[in-house]
Design a protein around this ligand. Structure first.
Ligand SMILES: NC(=O)c1ccc[n+]([C@@H]2O[C@H](COP(=O)([O-])OP(=O)(O)OC[C@H]3O[C@@H](n4cnc5c(N)ncnc54)[C@H](O)[C@@H]3O)[C@@H](O)[C@H]2O)c1
Length: 355
């Protein structure tokens, strides 16, 4: 089916990635045509016009643009809810950038508005397709780590400038990058989260967090630790994941390979240890595992990963056309937002927050 897409916010993401995928990726969305832009900045409207689109400086005129059936919401975070709901009310499908909203009430309103208006509402959690994460996902799904107990996820060097420095615009590194890192783990484990503890730092900026540590626990005991930073560039692995059969280390962003250390139980052996009674020392026999350790580059079955965020665009069009269902589920998005909001509260109060 033919679709026509418009952009609310035509900055780095709207005029960059979203434009490119809609305009250039015929392999994914042959029938998608970019047609209109609403942006407050004249420079961005001029760019849109140079690219053959109609540009508007106000929502009312933009939303009436002929035949447009999908709207990308890629403006600042504090406007996501308002712009999404207004576009849905006007009968458009919406794909909204992360972080989806500033409060749970806003997110619930967006979902409820989409249902009431009979339109689709997608959340753009594109870093589920990052190659570093796909390595972890494959090791998990292949059962190579056994029962996972701990996941560490690190990212450093996120951009901190412009509206990202403003608290009332939904700025800060946790909303900007943390949301991706948390989403990846919530998507992977796909279970309820029971508690959150966080330490949010403002070390080089005045209003928002620029180095944030968020720990959360799932109801099956899996513990996650996310460290995300806009500065102080200390090296840490992108991922370290620990299970009862092995541990995985992915050492850089976009790395499509990791190092897997597997503990292989090769048998049992009887060992003698010195134990103590009230009478003194004595020898006691115990049965211990005979452990072999194997270290392999992972994936070790020839699998390679292509990082392609446009998977979400294909999913959006197929879902609208009735041929697929959303990859990014509302319960996962809600859990991620709950973790972020609990992280703000935990950091302020110094307490662990129960969800
Ligand atoms: N998924 C990703 O990988 C990713 C990457 C970067 C940014 N983002 C998200 O995309 C959104 C935009 O980020 P950006 O880096 O492009 O910011 P940006 O500042 O480069 O662009 C935002 C644009 O929106 C316009 N704008 C602001 N408020 C508006 C409003 N109410 N109505 C119309 N236009 C408005 C601004 O004039 C600006 O041109 C943010 O939500 C951000 O979190 C996502």
């Amino acid at each position: 089916m033919k679709h026509r897409i418009g952009f609310i916010g035509y900055g780095n993401m709207g005029g960059g990635y979203h434009w490119e995928v809609a305009h250039d990726r015929d392999d994914v969305c042959d029938d998608l045509q970019p047609v209109a832009v609403f942006d407050f900045r004249e420079s961005q409207r001029k760019l849109a016009e140079e690219r053959g689109m109609k540009a508007y400086d106000n929502f009312e005129d933009f939303i009436k643009h002929d035949d447009m059936d999908i709207v990308v919401v890629a403006c600042g975070n504090n406007f996501h809810c308002e712009m999404t709901c207004r576009a849905l009310e006007a009968g458009k499908h919406v794909i909204c950038e992360k972080p989806v909203a500033m409060t749970l009430e806003e997110f619930d309103l967006m979902v409820e508005t989409a249902k009431r208006c009979g339109k689709h509402f997608f959340v753009h959690q594109n870093r589920r397709m990052d190659t570093d994460f796909l390595v972890v996902k494959k090791a998990y799904e292949d059962g190579r780590l056994g029962k996972i107990s701990d996941i560490e996820s690190n990212f450093k060097g996120g951009y901190m400038g412009g509206w990202r420095l403003l608290e009332d615009h939904g700025g800060g590194i946790l909303y900007d990058w943390g949301v991706h890192l948390i989403d990846q783990i919530v998507y992977l484990i796909d279970r309820p989260v029971v508690d959150v503890r966080a330490y949010l730092r403002s070390e080089t900026v005045s209003q928002v967090d620029d180095r944030s540590i968020v720990e959360f626990t799932f109801d099956n005991g899996v513990h996650a630790r996310v460290v995300v930073s806009g500065h102080f560039l200390v090296d840490a692995p992108r991922f370290a994941v620990y299970g009862d059969k092995g541990a995985l280390w992915v050492d850089g962003i976009y790395k499509g390979k990791g190092m897997l250390r597997e503990s292989i139980i090769e048998g049992e052996k009887t060992k003698t240890v010195t134990a103590y009674s009230s009478e003194g020392a004595y020898e006691r026999e115990i049965v211990e595992y005979d452990l072999g350790l194997r270290r392999v580059e992972f994936p070790d079955d020839g699998t390679t990963f292509d990082q392609d965020w446009a998977v979400l665009y294909k999913n959006m069009l197929d879902t609208i056309d009735g041929n697929d269902e959303m990859i990014v589920k509302y319960d996962q998005v809600r859990t991620v937002l709950s973790i972020i909001l609990a992280a703000f509260e935990s950091s302020k109060t110094g307490k662990t927050i129960t969800l």
